[in-house]
Design a protein around this ligand. Structure first.
Ligand code: ADP
Ligand code: MG
Length: 728
């Protein structure tokens, strides 16, 4: 009897939704556990408050005296809420968040103790970080890493711990985390975009990049998840036959939320509220057991922190509800995977969304400037953008005809397509007064401030303009958004910088008026970026062919895709925009290639183990049952037995064939792994794993899944898809 599977199913079926505390009004608890502007006003002296605010708004350094005051106030606030410990909270390149808790508590001799927390503990820590990934940046003899306070993301309390968001850098100042390059990219886009904004409004002093992510995930009963070694170790199922009823009926999407999941969501949302994560939307997704959570968008750095924090809290809240959250991009074959759309825009300190059409021709020209520059930036750096979302798990989604393809393209909708076409026809050089008026009134002036067809957007596009923002849809559900956001903001910053140089040159050298110069440059950009615009079906094979003709990349696997990250062009952009040095970029490349290799290696080991220790023995057991049956039939029917045992004999032979295939393939996979492991070079090793180890995962799975269909359900040890995928 496969007891683990059946007792898990029994347990899962007996569960009831957990009663939770839910506040009447969310607004009343929003940000209650955050040392935000409001709290700071209450706890800080005016001097300290101004110091922190000017650091947040203008990037001014906070001096030690002010840091001491802030630390003292933070401590007072935290202690009043029952907090005992503090931690620097950071996002190393492992993909998980990191924290090391220290008590405020300190002894002062004479058997006495106090609670202590000073500016130096707030500002900087030196965690023993030698085992975080660094891609060769730190030598072991200089293994120190520093975490440094990031005042632009407020401290918060989780449980009884004060958490201080920090960056993580090496002793020599190189970034060892996701946040540092992001902050640098946000700085770059601020500089470049503000300079361009000045063409339209001299009062603009700052441009911020905003991010609204949409997190998709699966919920699986905790006991069922624990009954599957593949889910436990790799976060996805490595085998399992698809159920008779999957998502064919599309009855889960936006359907009523199962009650246990609903209770989990409300509990999670309450926690988010206390932490100031402005979650707003929840719904069922396409696949059974799949859901989505989305917040109101925020400044990108904060939004990234909030998403990282959310992914962490989700797991903890899920445990309380006897669930396991699967963030993996493809937990179940044949069932929709999960992504994390990154909605991105830019806005000014004067309150203008730069990617939203305005009400006047001038504001529309500003909109078009940012819109077209973004298109150009994406076109010029499409491979780098693809690299920014590459991971072993996202490879299952991209190009698998359910998510955007691995080809980057932009959807802009019919109205804007028409506008771009008209702009493309603008005369080169100086414009006649009539032309100018016509352009302003009939082209630029006619862009409606609500773009209707963009709300009904093309779901197959990896990068779609959705009315007042771009939606980068190819990001994976496990991703740290910092990576794609760093790249997107960097390439747009670089593009805006180049744009400004070109426009200024036309004004100065060719004696053009400002808007004439802008029209001229934009016209050339439209012409030269046409190839990235695609309104059709991104899932179709025709698009693959067409994209190839257009010279767009189609890097289907992570090792192929990541190459673009360390191309000469990419390294130069990161360097020029002061986002990453060559060394930092190369380190990241190594870390990501290594991560890829390790994930395939682990999956391959786990599958080998399950196939050898669960599947084959069970198949043999069932085969023995059949053999016994056949021998019995022979006893009863004598030489006539074959007539009665035909099907059984067929099954016996079939099982033997699958067992043989599994053994042969597992052996070959182990050989391929051994061969790959001998390679020293990280790049060739990752490629070897991709080309010669990964294919075995599907090949072995095929035979295991066939056996699942043949073997007596009573003795099959692994919880099946139909059992994993249905909750109430
Ligand atoms: P949906 O895409 O599900 O139809 P919306 O288009 O309203 O929903 O918004 C999706 C996400 O886009 C939300 O997380 C929202 O906060 C975010 N969003 C809206 N405006 C912006 C913006 N200007 N910048 C970044 N994100 C935005
Ligand atoms: Mg969306």
């Amino acid at each position: 009897m496969a007891t683990l599977r059946f007792s898990a199913i029994q347990l899962a079926q007996s569960r009831k939704p957990i009663e939770i505390f839910e506040p009447k009004k969310r607004s009343e608890i929003f940000g209650k556990n955050v040392f935000n502007e409001n709290t700071m006003r209450q706890y800080l002296t005016t001097n300290a408050f101004d110091g922190v605010m000017s650091s947040i708004l203008n990037g001014k350094k906070i001096d030690r005296k002010i840091a001491d005051q802030v630390a003292a106030s933070m401590k007072e606030w935290a202690l009043s809420k029952g907090v005992t410990h503090y931690t620097h909270w950071f996002q190393p390149l492992t993909g998980a968040t990191a924290e090391k808790h220290d008590a405020f508590f300190e002894t002062i001799g004479g058997g006495m103790a106090i609670e202590k927390f000073g500016g130096s503990q707030l500002v900087q820590q030196e965690p023993d970080a030698s085992s975080f990934p660094h891609g060769g940046i730190r030598n072991t003899f200089e293994a120190r890493g520093y975490t440094a306070w990031d005042p632009t993301s407020p401290a918060y309390i989780y449980g009884t711990t004060l958490c201080i968001p920090t960056i993580f850098v090496s002793y020599t100042g190189e970034a060892l985390d996701y946040k540092t390059p992001l902050l640098r990219a946000l700085h770059a886009i601020d500089d470049a975009a503000t300079a361009v904004c000045k063409y339209f409004d001299k009062n603009v002093k700052k441009v911020t990049s905003s991010l609204g992510w949409e997190q998709e995930y699966f919920l699986i009963d905790k006991a069922l998840a624990a009954s599957r070694p593949d889910i436990t170790i790799t976060g996805r199922t490595l085998l399992g036959h698809s159920p008779a009823k999957g998502q064919q009926l599309d009855d889960h999407y936006f359907g009523s939320i199962p009650s246990r999941a609903f209770s989990f969501m409300r509990d999670l949302e309450t926690e988010c509220m206390y932490l100031g994560i402005p979650v707003k939307t929840r719904h069922n997704e396409v696949a059974p057991n799949q859901f989505e959570l989305a917040p109101i968008y925020e400044e990108a750095n904060l939004a990234v922190d909030h998403n990282s924090l959310l992914m962490d809290i989700m797991g903890r809240v899920a445990m309380r509800h006897d669930f396991k959250v699967l963030l993996h991009e493809k937990p179940f074959a044949g069932v929709n995977g999960s992504g994390k759309h990154n909605n991105w825009s830019l806005s000014t300190d004067t309150g203008i969304n730069l990617l939203g059409p305005g009400k006047t021709p001038m504001s529309n020209l500003q909109f078009l400037t940012f819109f077209i520059n973004t298109i150009k930036a994406v076109y010029k750096n499409e491979e780098l953008l693809r690299a920014a979302i590459a991971s072993a798990s996202n490879d299952h989604r991209l190009g698998a005809n359910e998510a955007p393809p691995a080809i980057m393209s932009i959807f802009i909708g019919e109205q804007l397509t028409n506008v771009l076409e008209e702009l493309e026809g603008v005369t080169k050089g100086k414009l006649s007064p009539e032309e100018k008026t016509d352009l302003k009134l009939n082209v630029v002036g006619k862009i409606p401030d609500v773009l209707l067809d963009n709300t009904d957007r093309n779901r197959t596009s990896p990068f779609a303009f959705t009315g007042n923002k771009f939606e980068f849809r190819a990001v994976g559900s496990t991703a740290n958004c910092a990576n794609p956001m760093t790249v997107l903001n960097t390439i747009v910053a670089k593009q805006l910088k180049d744009f400004k140089i070109e426009v200024d040159a036309l004004i100065e050298d060719k004696d053009l008026k400002k808007d004439e110069a802008i029209f001229n440059v934009l016209r050339e950009y439209i012409k030269s970026s046409r190839n990235i615009l695609f309104e059709g079906n991104g899932y179709g094979v025709e698009w693959e062919k067409e994209a190839k003709k257009r010279g767009l990349s189609n890097n289907k696997t992570t090792p192929e895709a990541l190459k673009a990250k360390v191309s000469k062009k990419s390294i130069e952009i990161f360097e020029e925009m002061n986002v990453m040095s060559k060394k930092e970029t190369e380190a990241r490349y190594e870390i990501e290639m290594e991560d890829y290799t390790m994930r395939i290696q682990i999956e391959s080991r786990v599958l080998g183990d399950i196939a050898g220790n669960h599947v084959v023995p069970t198949a043999v057991r069932y085969q023995n049952m059949l053999i016994k049956n056949v021998t019995g039939l022979k006893e009863i029917f004598g030489s006539d037995f074959e007539k009665h045992a035909k099907e059984q004999i067929k099954l016996i032979k079939g099982i033997s064939a699958h067992i043989e295939a599994i053994h042969e393939k597992v052996d070959a996979m182990i050989d391929a792994r051994k061969k790959a492991n001998k390679l020293d070079n990280i790049e060739t090793k990752a490629k070897e794993y991709c080309k010669n180890v990964k294919p075995f995962l599907d090949a072995i799975r095929y035979h295991c899944d066939k056996l699942e269909l043949m073997v007596d359900d009573e003795i099959w040890p692994l919880t099946k898809y139909r059992e994993l995928l249905f909750i109430r």
